[in-house]
Design a protein around this ligand. Structure first.
Ligand code: AMP
Length: 281
C-alpha cells in the first residue's frame, strides 16, 4: 500500500509537487516533534484547504550559539504517523544544507517589533525565523500559513513581514493548546524533569493571575507585572527572563493596560526556557 502522505526532501521536488496541487494550499511550518498544538494547526488547515503541506525543519539560523540546536528533540517516524491521521498531504523535510548553501548570505529582518521581548533575549532569533519563513513561503507558495498564538511575537513578526513585503498569502493565528494543568504544549517540555514539570505550571498560573486582576478592574500594568513576578518567585526552580504587559500590536510596555494587551513571559525551569502568553481583551 502506498502511504497517503508524501514526504519531500528537496526544494526542487517541493516546487514540482506544489505545481501539481489544485485549489488552495494550507501550510504549517514546524520544527517537528509534533504535539496537539501543531496538530490543531494541521487540522484547521485541512478544514480550510484541499491540500495541506507541513514542513518539518529544525532551522539552525534561529538558534543562538549557546542554544539547544543539537539536542532539539526529533522523531520523524512518529511525526509522519501523526500527520497521516490529520490527512496532511505533503511533509516537506529539507536538510539544513539543502536550505542553506555554504554561500548563503541573504536575510529578511523585521524592525522594532522583532527586537523586543524574545528578540531582546535572543538577538538573532527572529532574523532566522523570518528568513526561513520567507524561504518556505517562496518554496511552498501557500494560500494560507498557520501559526500558534503560543509564539505570539513570532506570529506578529511574520504578519508584519508578509504585510510589509507584500507577500502573497494569508497568515492565520490559532489559540494555544494546553495540557490539562494549563502548561502550554511545547516540544521542549520533554526536557523537563518530573519536579520541573510540576514547577512549570507556574507560568500559566501567573498568566491566569494577570487575567483575574484585569477582570477585577486592575489597570495598572506595573502592579500586574509585580504580582506575577512575586508568584513566580515562590517557585524555587523558576528563573525569570522577562514578564511583560505590552501593547498587543507594537509590544511596547504599558503603564496603564489598554486592551488588547499581550501579557507574556519567558521563564527558565531548570535548563529549559519556556514561554507563554495571554491576551487581555
Ligand atoms: P515549532 O515547532 O515550535 O516551531 O512550532 C510550530 C508552530 O506550532 C508554531 O506556529 C507554533 O506557534 C505552533 N505551536 C507550538 N506550540 C503550540 C501550542 N501549544 N498551541 C498552539 N500552537 C502551537
Amino acid at each position: 500500500m502506498t502511504p497517503a502522505i508524501k514526504v519531500v526532501e528537496t526544494i526542487a521536488e517541493m516546487k514540482r509537487v506544489r505545481h501539481e496541487l489544485v485549489g488552495t494550499v494550507g501550510f504549517v511550518p514546524t520544527m517537528g516533534y509534533l504535539h496537539e498544538g501543531h496538530l490543531s494547526l494541521a487540522k484547521q488547515a485541512k478544514k480550510e484547504n484541499p491540500s495541506v503541506v507541513v514542513s518539518i525543519f529544525v532551522n539552525p539560523t534561529q538558534f543562538g550559539p549557546r542554544e539547544d540546536l543539537a539536542s532539539y528533540p526529533r522523531d520523524m517516524e512518529r511525526d509522519l504517523a501523526l500527520l497521516e491521521k490529520e490527512k496532511a498531504d505533503i511533509v516537506f523535510a529539507p536538510s539544513a544544507t539543502g536550505m542553506y548553501s555554504t554561500r548563503f548570505d541573504s536575510w529578511v529582518e523585521v524592525g522594532e517589533v522583532s527586537h523586543r521581548l524574545e528578540g531582546a533575549s535572543r538577538p538573532t532569533h527572529f532574523r532566522g525565523v523570518t528568513t526561513v519563513c520567507a524561504k518556505l513561503f517562496n518554496i511552498v507558495e501557500p494560500t494560507r500559513a498557520y501559526f500558534g498564538q503560543k509564539d505570539a511575537q513570532q506570529a506578529l513578526v511574520i504578519r508584519k513581514m508578509v504585510s510589509d513585503l507584500n507577500m502573497n498569502l494569508e497568515i492565520v493565528t490559532l489559540p494555544t493548546v494546553r495540557e490539562p494543568d494549563g502548561l502550554a504544549m511545547s516540544s521542549r517540555n520533554v526536557y523537563l524533569k518530573p519536579e520541573e514539570r510540576k514547577a512549570a505550571t507556574v507560568l500559566y498560573q501567573s498568566l491566569t493571575l494577570a487575567q483575574q486582576m484585569w477582570s477585577r478592574g486592575e489597570k495598572n500594568a506595573g502592579r500586574i507585572r509585580q504580582e506575577m513576578i512575586s508568584l513566580i518567585k515562590k517557585q524555587p526552580l523558576a528563573e525569570i527572563d522577562y514578564v511583560s504587559v505590552a501593547d498587543a500590536e507594537t509590544l511596547e510596555e504599558l503603564v496603564e493596560v489598554r486592551p488588547p494587551a499581550l501579557v507574556s513571559l519567558a521563564v527558565k525551569i531548570g535548563k529549559p526556557r519556556l514561554i507563554d502568553n495571554v491576551v487581555l481583551e
